[in-house]
Write a protein that binds this ligand. Structure first.
Ligand SMILES: [Zn+2]
Length: 452
């Protein structure tokens, strides 16, 4: 099948339409379950002379708790799990690819994006998924292959913080920022009130308060990140997109607050300039927060745009520094701002490098990673992605590479030491560095009287 366009005529039969008949068992397309013998049967396979009966394990009923009507397949039906699940899935899988009896029009974009969701949901009940078992919208980093959660319960997501259901590929991301939030709380509640900056009468109260604004923004950023990485394993796409916005908002607020503190130090002597910088940065930050909640921002393709936006915000802080240099001298400006560059910006830049380059996981050799993946346009228009190329994009297991499970094959990047984990680590270092830089700048300006 190779149809393209906004709508395509997709032939489909009622795959997965399982109905329960009291006293008789569950009857679906070509499959039935005999309650007395506890055996699943498959009429089509039996006609072909193949044995399809299987010895069942204890059964239990489960219901999807999420139903995302706009983007996901309807998942409100009940399913039965156990050893027979394999037969059910196999039959559903085969049925979805066979010529249909009925014809109906389906949005290609919706069809491609929801393809494999039901199966992924079934897998997610009892194990973590690999990359090729995920529906397309859940795929964000093609170099991270194993350990994806696909939960239908927030409780399960919450328990996954302590690896209740096994180590997954967000564990390290959660704990790096959970630890960071704890340390920042210590700085806010104990370290800063004990500092010379807080105790000194020479430092104006607004300057002291801006430190707390920064610490509050940093703690919010860490908590937002922890929230996102804890709950992004949900099987509900609409919720997942909203959760991602929480994360983007956190880092936008942090960068805005970091810029505000720098502007405070560089432009305090020029009230009008200070007001303009604070207003412009706050407005840009607010715009960024609004943009974060736009669905267009939540796509892998938007990654360069996100990076550019953050750089633009930082550039505003740099502009206030340029003005300081023009007003005083290069030496004064450089001396004042040096702590920010050496203790904070340098860590952020290293973090951005890892965030954008997918190092080190791009060098893994335990599996063969796809050299290219379908673009957003292809996922919206090209049905072949899930038909003719289904065996590529939804392969049963990742293709083994030459490195296999040797240490230097970097197989462990799925669980620890991925580019995103390193990004998290450098963000924490950048935040702590910026806090120390603020104290140093304020000390130079107001306590040491460095003639600004
Ligand atoms: Zn993150």
């Amino acid at each position: 099948m190779s149809e393209t366009g906004t709508f395509a005529r997709i032939k489909r039969r009622g795959a997965g339409m399982v109905r329960k008949v009291p006293g008789a068992g569950i009857i679906g397309n070509n499959k039935y379950y005999h309650y007395i013998t506890g055996v699943w049967g498959n009429r089509r396979l039996r006609r072909r002379g193949r044995k399809a009966a299987r010895v069942p394990e204890p059964q239990f009923e489960a219901y999807d708790t999420f139903s995302d009507t706009s983007t996901l397949v309807n998942s409100s039906r009940s399913s039965t799990f156990g050893a027979s699940t394999a037969t059910l899935l196999e039959d559903e899988w085969i049925s979805s690819t066979l010529p249909p009896k009925e014809e109906e029009q389906i949005d290609v974009r919706t069809y491609v994006r929801t393809f494999h969701h039901t199966r992924a949901h079934e897998f997610g009940q009892h194990c973590h998924l690999h990359y090729y078992q995920l529906p397309f919208p859940w795929r964000e980093n093609r170099y991270i292959i194993h350990g994806y959660r696909f939960y239908d319960s927030h409780i399960k997501s919450l328990l996954s913080v302590v690896n209740w259901y096994g180590w997954h590929n967000e564990t390290w991301n959660i704990w790096t920022h959970l630890g960071g939030a704890g340390y920042l709380l210590y700085l806010a509640l104990y370290d800063f009130p004990q500092s010379e900056i807080w105790k000194s009468a020479a430092i104006p109260l607004p300057a002291k308060l801006i430190v707390y604004v920064f610490l509050a923004a940093a703690i919010k950023c860490m908590c937002a990140s922890v929230f996102w990485h804890t709950f992004n394993g949900t099987c509900c796409l609409q919720l997942r997109s909203r959760f991602a916005c929480v994360d983007y908002t956190g880092i936008t607020v942090l960068i805005t607050a970091s810029v505000l503190t720098t502007e405070f130090a560089t432009s305090y002597e020029s009230p009008w300039s200070l007001c303009c910088y604070l207003a412009a940065s706050s407005a840009l930050g607010a715009f960024g927060v609004i943009m974060n909640w736009s669905p267009k921002f939540d796509r892998p393709e938007a990654r360069p745009l996100r990076i550019k936006f953050f750089i633009l915000l930082a550039a505003l802080g740099a502009l206030s520094f340029v003005q300081l240099v023009a007003r005083t001298s290069w030496q004064h400006g450089a001396r004042l701002i040096a702590p920010v560059t050496t203790k904070s910006v340098v860590w952020y830049l290293i973090g951005v490098f890892f965030y954008g380059s997918f190092v080190p996981e791009r060098f893994r050799s335990d599996v063969v990673v796809d050299s290219c993946i379908p673009t957003e346009f292809e996922l919206s228009t090209n049905l072949e992605v899930v038909t003719r190329l289904r065996h590529v994009h939804f392969r049963e297991r990742p293709t083994e590479g030459p490195g296999k499970r040797k240490f230097w094959s970097l197989w462990w990047v799925d669980y620890i030491g991925s580019s995103h984990s390193l990004w998290h680590l450098f963000v924490v270092l950048g935040v702590i560095g910026h806090y120390n830089a603020i104290l140093e700048m304020f000390s130079k300006r107001w306590i040491c009287q460095d003639n600004f």
